[in-house]
Write a protein that binds this ligand. Structure first.
Ligand code: NAP
Length: 280
């Protein structure tokens, strides 16, 4: 039987530690504050923003939400970002993705001050991560690294395969794994014979966004499987990328969905917001 990597419990532990840290900061007159910008009314994004606001409230981090009309111009968005960059009370800024197609998300991430970029998406922070300078790291890969640490899953010299090369998960994940001396392969939609690659993985991380993509024949016995995917089925059920019921017994460790990577992402965002006070 596999060991279930319980991101929910670990995230609770992290959040409780952060709560104590915030109390100490507050007693010194330091108040971390997160500003979240959301453009339009994407239902999934609304849920994510609500969860982030709840986590801030639990830990004692100040939170302010900026709901913008979906037709907002780039200039108006950038004016808001500039104001938040210059606002001394705001220590962290997050732009909730996706944003409407007429806006360039990379330009928007670049506009957020690297010192307040708690998502780690500003090119300066992306670059710092890639050359090993301490910085804000994208919250999902950071959360996965904390799972490895908590469960003492060794990375050095291991064959790790990452499915998905997005800027928010796959690519920063690779940098985090390299920093721990793993041998990393990244696959994407143009990769050929994917199962030949995944079958060699000691550790498989899937961040694709396709339900039951990772099947029994794609993993080797005893592999560690991390499921980043969040997919809503027609019946409303939330599932990952991995065919959990079929492969669990073949793995040594596996994350569930929900209750695996998802809660860790939020806990790491909270950690980044607290880290942001040091940049004031
Ligand atoms: P994304 O930007 O859509 O990227 C998906 C990646 O998967 C792309 O690199 C794509 O390849 C690759 N891909 C798609 N179909 C594939 C296939 N058949 N074979 C191999 N690779 C394939 O997605 P994302 O934002 O990284 O998110 C991925 C999933 O993780 C989603 O379900 C999302 O909801 C979830 N997520 C969860 C958390 C969390 O906290 N748990 C956080 C972020 C995201 P190309 O580059 O070639 O198109």
């Amino acid at each position: 039987m596999a060991i279930i990597l319980d991101g929910k419990s670990l995230s609770k532990k992290i959040k409780n530690n952060l709560k104590d840290e915030v109390k100490q900061l507050n007693s010194k007159g330091i108040f971390p504050k997160l500003a979240v910008i959301m453009i339009g009314k994407d239902p999934a994004s609304s849920v994510y923003v609500k969860n982030k606001s709840k986590a801030c409230k639990y830990i004692g981090i100040e939170f302010e939400e900026f709901l913008l009309d979906e037709n907002i111009s780039e200039e108006e968005l950038f004016n808001l970002i500039d104001n938040l960059n210059n606002d001394n009370k705001i220590t962290g800024i997050l732009l909730q993705a996706p944003i409407p197609k007429h806006l360039d998300i990379n330009k928007a991430f670049e506009r957020i001050s690297p010192k307040k970029d708690v998502d780690g998406f500003n090119p300066i922070n992306v670059g710092k991560l890639s050359i090993g300078i301490d910085t804000f790291i994208s919250c999902t890969p950071l959360g996965i690294m904390k799972i490895f640490e908590e469960y003492k899953i060794e990375l050095q010299g291991k064959n790790v395969v990452v499915l998905g090369r997005s800027n928010i998960v796959g690519k920063p994940m690779v940098q985090c794994l390299l920093s721990k001396n793993a041998t990393v392969t990244i696959c994407h939609s143009k990769t050929q014979n994917i199962e030949e690659i995944t079958k060699r993985a000691d550790i498989l991380i899937s961040a694709i966004g396709k339900p039951k993509f990772v099947k029994e024949n794609m993993i080797k016995d005893g592999a560690v499987v991390i499921d980043v995917g969040i997919n809503r089925l027609d019946n409303g059920k939330l599932v990952g990328d991995v065919d959990f019921d079929k492969i669990e017994s073949k793995t040594s460790y596996i994350t569930p969905v929900p209750g695996g990577v998802g809660p860790m992402t939020i806990a790491c965002l909270m950690e980044n917001v607290i880290k942001s006070v040091k940049n004031k």
